[in-house]
Every structure is written in C-alpha cells, then in structure tokens.
Design a protein around this ligand. Sequence first.
Ligand code: NAD
Length: 343
Amino acid sequence: MSNTIQATLIPGDGIGPEIVDATLLALDALGAPFVWDRQIAGLGGVQAEGDPLPKATLDSIRRTRLALKGPLETPSGGGYRSSNVRLREEFALYANLRPARTIVPGGRFDKVDLVVVRENLEGLYIGHEHYVQIDNDPHAVAMATGINTRAGSRRLLEYAFEHAVTTGRKKVTIVHKANIMKALTGIFLETGLELYERKYKGQFELDTVIIDACAMKLVLNPWQFDMLVTTNLFGDILSDLVAGLVGGLGMAPGANIGKDAAIFEAVHGSAPDIAGKGIANPTAIMLAAAMMLDHCKLPEMATRLRVAIDQTLNIDNIRTGDLGGKAGTADFAKAVVNRIQNG
Ligand code: NAD
C-alpha cells in the first residue's frame, strides 16, 4: 500500500506492553496506516541486550522519524541514565507538548483545556552536576549548571507560538523566574517577548507569569490560562500539575517533537506496582496515539479516537480502577474499539 506510514513501536517496561496492546487494537479499528517496527528500550533493553537504548532502536527511529513509546523504567539516584532523556537528546526533540483536557467531568475542575509547551533539551535538566568534597564528606557540596541559549529558546518559543496560531489558542503565557534566575530564565522571557513583538503580535494575547505564582493561579483558577510555554524544569513540574487538574497521570498524553523526529508517549511511568495485572488505564497512551495521528495529518482519525475514548468513559461508564471503575485494560480497549466501529 502506498499510503502506509512506517513507525517505530517501543512497548516499554512495566504496564507498557499492556497499554500499548490496547492502543494498537484501537488504531487497527480506525484503519490507521501505521506499519510498526517493534523495538526495545529501558529495562527491557538492559535485560535483552545490556543497553537501555540499543542501536537497533535508534536506527529504527532514525529511519521512521516517528515513534509511539510505552513508559521506560529508570533507576533513581544511580544506574543508567534515563532512556527518555537520551532519546530527546539523540533526536533533538526540543519541544514537549502536553495537553490537559477534562475528559471525565465531576472531578476537581471541569472544562479545563490547557496545553503546556516545555523546552525539552536545555535548562537545569542537562545533568551537568557534581559534588565537592570537604574533609571526609565527599558530598559536602552539590552543584548543578543550567544552560539556556537564545537559539534554543527561540526555536521552542517559535514552535509554541506557531502551534498556538494553528490550533486557535487565544492566549499564551510565558512562565519564568527571571526575578531571581535573571540570566538563565531571563533569556527565555526576553526572547519570547521579542519574538512576539516581531512576528506574532495580534495573533493571540501574550502574558508572562513567575513560576511560583503560576502554580498557585493554576490550582485556584486554571481557566485563566490557555497555553503555557516554559523552560525545561518548570515545564516538567507544571505539566504534571496540569495533569492533576484533569484527573491524574493516567489521562495525560505527551509528544516530543524535533525537526527530524517525533516521539509520542503517555506522561506516566511504567507503574511497576500494577504491571502484569491487566488493570492499567490505557487512556493516556491512546491520547498520545491521537496526537500522533494529528502529527501525521490524519485529524479525522485522531478525532474519532478521542470521541470513542470520551464515549467509553462518559456514556458507557467503562473505567479502570484509577478512575473508580472496575474495567480491566482489555475491557476498556474492547469498549473503545466498539465505539470506533459502531459509533
Ligand atoms: P508511575 O507513573 O509509573 O506511577 C505512579 C502511580 O500512578 C503508581 O501508583 C501507578 O500505579 C499509577 N499509574 C501510573 N500510570 C497508570 C496507569 N496508566 N493506570 C493506572 N495507574 C497508573 O511513576 P513512578 O512509580 O514514579 O515511576 C515508575 C518508573 O517509571 C520509574 O522507573 C520511572 O523512572 C519511570 N518513568 C518513566 C516515564 C516515561 O517513560 N515517560 C515517565 C515517568 C516515570
């Protein structure tokens, strides 16, 4: 078939294979044209090949430039570096897009529809850290270096502003801490203000807010925001915060976008506490697959998938345990497929 799309599939660790299988059922029911190249990474990569990011996996993404990825396990405090961070670096996936939309009404906040755009490669996340020994204490002092560049900030801000225009967002808020980290986050703020004045003025409203105030405003009145754009570490924290506003990590998809590749994933981790039990909620990775369909210019399929998920949760009342329901992962997938096929 000429209109197939080659894509890399990384089922991932823990609950990854269960939620990815559920998503593949939904994509098949839609007739999505993906031809999958299955690869491993994370703990699965370490166990099979002694490498959390095997060469074959990197080669596959280099070829397809497109991947759907389950969560990958990363040891805390020691061990191998996060494969997720390495993938972002390897493919220069500079923009992290995390939409947060209320799907199940009646939670803490109804009708939230926000998107966080996070710079994905720079800032305090780059991992340039070291300890300084004093006397007998090898960890007497800990130091970290953050780096933000004008070019990196502009690339991300330009992506965010373009996305705001093409998706009809009315307001973009730059989140920073330029009152204290005047250079590190000041450069991001300054670049955003300059870019808006030069190229985007009038296309949407631009606002700025300090990160701590932003966190408070989000939990008091999330509707005052539309799109938040920010540096790496603040974006990491805020995107989990906004996921919490709409029902938790089980509902939050994410996209990592670069010039040459894009990787779609759920925001949550591998949930080792429930792995293998068949009870994980596949909604987040299904929504990530919908973002992937949008990215591949298949917006009708993306909408059909989102609508089927909405109907399953809100009309059929089929929900997994994290949402107070009794359905297993496979029951949920079956219900979504039924909605896709029968409306
Ligand atoms: P986690 O997101 O895996 O789990 C946190 C809690 O949420 C757990 O109680 C879990 O059962 C629950 N949960 C998560 N996803 C769920 C789902 N889809 N359905 C139902 N419940 C769900 O976070 P963690 O325990 O801090 O991390 C576990 C591992 O995942 C770590 O190794 C971490 O590094 C990794 N991780 C990977 C990614 C990624 O690949 N993008 C993201 C975050 C964490």
